[in-house]
Every structure is written in structure tokens, then in C-alpha cells.
Design a protein around this ligand. Structure first.
Ligand SMILES: Cc1ncc(COP(=O)(O)O)c(C=O)c1O
Length: 356
């Protein structure tokens, strides 16, 4: 491995707190939040609730905890959640969703991760319904859609699904860990976008660059219920203000700069596409991710990722032939150009090997 280079594009969770963020953590006013007395955590929850136009918020240890607590609040054992099979709640969290939530994942297989009313209707009608049977209790969406390369769940589709959900009396949860990426990319105000959800999460430790945490937001009733399950799941932290201070810093300072990550992802996508070795659909490069298809160079994602690592470029093998690259606040335009040239070298090496 060329030791001098390490460009880590595996995820936007790999960032390290800036000096200013560390300063905010150091100076945080804390109390025991087991008694609801950590003023920085309270400030964060109130700030975010207002920012998203919801009545209340609850600070969580991780995105997984946000999702699992939300599922627990909205459902009972034996209920169903309707969602796309690619969403994190199914793709990575099928174990906790079914074990902790004791629910069934009724997965749709939409063409692009954007669930439409027809997909949801089909999922509802795919088995017998009524008081004696399993109940579709929650519709869960994702924005941005990780499995499709950080694509945007368009607000028009969201409005349609939300209006359908309301007619059916089914709540809508938004796994919005990268929701702010969608807001920045579309220029849609956060409150307007979040209006069409009953509960919504967002992460501080992905694009926003904090070391810890996520938050769920919704009605006061929902959050009161969520407090109980957060405690049950071990997420009731004591001096959480140190982590909340980093999160507050992140949401106050690092949202608008997501446009830099989006620019860098587009640059990476177009540099790699122009090298013609890898199949890349630039239409899906809408926020901070690029998905590479390794089939044309005859390698699996894992094989390709391990060759790139030897050149100092770290990528994530998403699926058998799909590799994910994510830009974030630790990645500059210069890093992107260097990463693209190293990836190109890997592709050239493979092509030569095949020909020779
Ligand atoms: C859409 C989505 N939801 C939930 C999670 C889980 O977040 P965490 O890793 O903080 O548990 C992730 C993680 O990448 C995600 O992308």
C-alpha cells in the first residue's frame, strides 16, 4: 500500500471533529439527563424540533436507535411495516427490526427506491386483512435513499404517499438520516419537506460531521412514548450534553456546506465515468454518493475495493458488483481528483492483466 495516501470514501461517518467542535464539546454545560437535567441536550432537542417544524425531539445514540425506537412507538407485536427492500431498516436492520420490534417487514421492490402509492397498495393487498390478521401499521420511507446512491425521495411523491397514508390511518416514518442532504440538494426548506411525515430522524454523525448521535422528531405524544423505549433500549444517557454540544455545533454550522460534498460527488462520478472503465449512472449522483458497477471489469465489489485500498483509496462494497463512494467534510476536491486517478490506475491494471 502507498502509505502516504489515505482517502476514505467508505462513508460520511468516518469524519473527525474539528477544533471548533471539540471546543464546543469541552465547554458544554451538562447535567444528569436521567433526570432530564442536561441543558445542552434539552437545547439540542428544542432547536431541532423547531428547525424541522415538529412539536418535540429526542436525542438518540445512533440512527439505528432512532429507527428502532420509532418502530416500537408506532407498532405492536405482529404488525407490519411497509417499506422498500433497499431501505436501511430492512437491508441492515432486519435483525433488530424483527427481534426488538417483533414486526414483519412487508418489503416492496420499487424501481428506484421511491415508494409510490401503487407499491404500498400492492403491499397492503398482498395478504388477507381484518381484525384477525396482521395489520399494516407503519409506512417507512428513506431520504436520501442510501441503497440507490443517496438519491432524493421527491417531495411530490412524498406528498402523495403521505396523503394516502393519512386516508388509510397509517403513520409515516421518515428515516431521514441524510434528510438535510436532500433539503440542500433540492433547495426545499426543511420544515416544508418534513411536513409530510409523522416522525422523522436525522443524523449528526453522517454528513454533518459530529462524532455521535441522531434525533427523532414528531408530536409531543410520540416523543413522550419514545422516551420510554429509548430508556428500554439503553439510550437514556446521563451527561449527554457533551455529545449534544457536538450535534448542536454540527446542525448550526455544517448544513449549508453539504453542497460542497454534493459538488465533490458529482466531480468524482464524472471523472470516473469519463475513464470509461466503470459503469456509473450519473443521474443517480444527486447528493454525496457515487455507486460504481464493477461487472464490466470482471471483478466483484469486494475484489475491486481491496485493490483500491492498496492504492490508498477506501470504498465500501455495497453489494456483489456495486461499490459505494461517499464524499464528506474530510474530503477536498483535490482528494477527489487523486482518488479518481488511483481508481483509474486500478482499472487500467486489471485491463492490462486481462489482455496480457
Ligand atoms: C438511511 C440510514 N438509516 C439508518 C442508519 C443507521 O445509522 P447508525 O449507523 O448511526 O446506526 C444509516 C447508516 O448509515 C442510514 O444510512
Amino acid at each position: 500500500m502507498e502509505k502516504t495516501i489515505k482517502i476514505d470514501l467508505r462513508s460520511d461517518t468516518v469524519t473527525s471533529p474539528s477544533e471548533e467542535m471539540r471546543e464546543a464539546i469541552y465547554k458544554a454545560k451538562v447535567g444528569d439527563h436521567g433526570y432530564g437535567e442536561d441543558e445542552t441536550t434539552v437545547e439540542l432537542e428544542e432547536y431541532c424540533a423547531k428547525y424541522f417544524g415538529k412539536e418535540a425531539g429526542l436525542f438518540m445514540a445512533s440512527g439505528t436507535m432512532s429507527d428502532q425506537v420509532s418502530i416500537r412507538c408506532w407498532t405492536q407485536a405482529g404488525d407490519e411495516i411497509i417499506l422498500d427492500g433497499s431501505y436501511h431498516i430492512n437491508y441492515f436492520q432486519a435483525g433488530p427490526s424483527t427481534d426488538l420490534g417483533k414486526i414483519l417487514l412487508n418489503t416492496c421492490h420499487s424501481k428506484d427506491g421511491v415508494l409510490r402509492v401503487e407499491d404500498i397498495e400492492k403491499a397492503i393487498c398482498n395478504k388477507i386483512r381484518g381484525n384477525l390478521f396482521s395489520r399494516p401499521a407503519l409506512i417507512s420511507l428513506e431520504n436520501t435513499i442510501n441503497g440507490y446512491g443517496g438519491t432524493i425521495f421527491p417531495i411530490e411523491n412524498l406528498k402523495e404517499v403521505y396523503s394516502f397514508a393519512q386516508k388509510q390511518g397509517i403513520p409515516l416514518h421518515m428515516d431521514g438520516e441524510r434528510f438535510l442532504n436532500a433539503c440542500i440538494a433540492t433547495n426545499i426548506p426543511v420544515k416544508e419537506y418534513a411536513l409530510y411525515t409523522d416522525s422523522i430522524s436525522t443524523s449528526f454523525s453522517k454528513g454533518l460531521g459530529a462524532p455521535f448521535g441522531s434525533i427523532i422528531m414528531g408530536s409531543k405524544n410520540f416523543i413522550e412514548k419514545a422516551k420510554k423505549y429509548r430508556r428500554w433500549y439503553g439510550g437514556s444517557l446521563h451527561q449527554s450534553g457533551f455529545m449534544a454540544a457536538a450535534a448542536l455545533f454540527a446542525i448550526k454550522n455544517n448544513v449549508q456546506r453539504l453542497e460542497v460534498d454534493h459538488h465533490n460527488a458529482k466531480l468524482l462520478g464524472s471523472l470516473l465515468k469519463s475513464s470509461k472503465y466503470l459503469n456509473i449512472n450519473l443521474e443517480t449522483v444527486q447528493t454525496n454518493m457515487v455507486m460504481l458497477d464493477t461487472r464490466d471489469i470482471g471483478l466483484t465489489a469486494k475484489e475491486f475495493v481491496s485493490l483500491c485500498e492498496k492504492k490508498g483509496v477506501f470504498l465500501y462494497p455495497w453489494h456483489t458488483y456495486t461499490v459505494r463512494a461517499v464524499t464528506h467534510l474530510g474530503i477536498s476536491e483535490k482528494d477527489v481528483c487523486l482518488a479518481a486517478s488511483k481508481i483509474r490506475e486500478v482499472c487500467e491494471g486489471i485491463t492490462k492483466r486481462k489482455v496480457g
